[in-house]
Write a protein of this length. Structure first.
Length: 339
């Protein structure tokens, strides 16, 4: 592997994000083993199957047990890995210290690239520094838009969580909401806090945060139910993930509340709930695209010296609203596990 990577000394012409996104047209879903031999080609790849030298890339996330959002991220990463002749090594922990240790494991194994989430950037700073010092290119995805450049990452793929929250707050105004509760399933997660802060910034009514234990769904349900019973003025529950929104549906019923539910992020069950009207809308950040682009970017850097966003700007994958008006189209992709 080329060990000359220097993340802050860039003299490469910026890669327009469309170049990377265009490669999606040739991607196919496959397992993380990836890399069937391609037909002969003079440029290192053909028909979406690379015959470039085999790479090993680590994807390290803060996925918590039972959070199906990350299944979609991983599926996108696996599709890119299969196309690019990459051996993808996936690991995860919601504990920031453990996640940092997983990144260190990847550094010790001398992988060819690392894609990492920065839900708690302070805990990741030292180990990311060790990776880049070892000449391993590191890109960020999903969480950490405010910190990826500070930590010396090459690129970032995700949505601006503050902007997404502000968009949801404006939507609540349009819906005529007066009082909302924003359910945070993981304390200390920067991205989740930014979402709720964004809602509060633009929402004309009142809002408060409700902290729940996201690894214990019965506890999530009981905590939301108790809150709704105590405060009948709450007319909107804002969840920060599909599983929590679906649990909130049960809480609203158990509490005898008239509150409506909105959420960030999707899965196939949630699209069905939107179609039935038990959930009003979702803010989609396209997790499949985040996983795909993060892994593909490391292949592009290794084989062509490219930087998506020129290494200076993030590549945004959201936000976009999914509601009853467009859920029929999105549901078909969600059923395949790609939205």
């Amino acid at each position: 592997m080329d060990r000359t990577f220097r993340p802050r000394s860039r003299r490469i012409t910026p890669l327009v994000a469309l170049t990377t996104a265009a490669l999606l047209l040739s991607a196919g879903c496959s397992s993380g083993s990836g890399g069937k031999k391609a037909e002969e080609s003079t440029d290192g790849g053909t028909a979406g199957k690379a015959n470039t030298p085999r790479m090993t890339v680590a994807l390290v996330t803060h996925q918590a047990p039972g959070d199906t959002f990350w299944d979609i991220v991983r599926k996108g990463a696996e599709a890119a890995a299969a196309k690019d002749n990459i051996r993808l090594v996936y690991s995860n922990s919601p504990n920031a210290g453990d996640q940092a240790n997983l990144v260190q494991n990847a550094v010790d194994q001398k992988v060819d690239g690392i894609a990492v989430t920065l839900a708690k950037p302070g805990a990741m700073k030292a180990v990311v520094g060790r990776a880049t010092s070892a000449g391993i290119p590191v890109v960020g995805l999903n969480s950490g838009l405010s910190d990826w450049k500070k930590l010396g990452l090459m690129e970032f793929f995700g949505q601006d969580e503050t902007v997404a929250g502000e968009a949801l707050g404006k939507r609540l105004n349009a819906e005529g909401a007066k009082k909302a509760v924003c359910v945070i399933q993981e304390q200390g997660n920067v991205g989740l806090t930014q979402r709720c802060d964004g809602v509060k910034k633009t929402f004309g009514g009142t809002t408060e945060n409700l902290y729940v234990n996201g690894t214990d769904m019965p506890s999530v349900k009981s905590t939301i139910t108790a809150k709704l019973k105590r405060d009948s003025a709450i007319d909107y529950v804002v969840a920060l993930g599909a599983p929590y929104a679906l649990t909130a549906v049960q809480s609203v019923s158990d509490a005898g509340s008239k509150a409506k539910i909105a959420t960030f992020d999707l899965n196939k069950d949630l699209t069905g709930a939107i179609d039935k009207g038990t959930i009003q809308f979702a803010v989609d950040q396209q997790p499949y695209l985040q996983g795909y682009l993060a892994i593909d970017s490391l292949w592009l850097y290794k084989n062509n010296g490219n930087y998506s966003g020129g290494g200076e700007q993030p590549v945004l994958t959201g936000p976009a609203f999914v509601d009853k008006g467009n859920v029929g189209t999105v549901a078909g992709f969600a059923a395949k596990g790609t939205r």
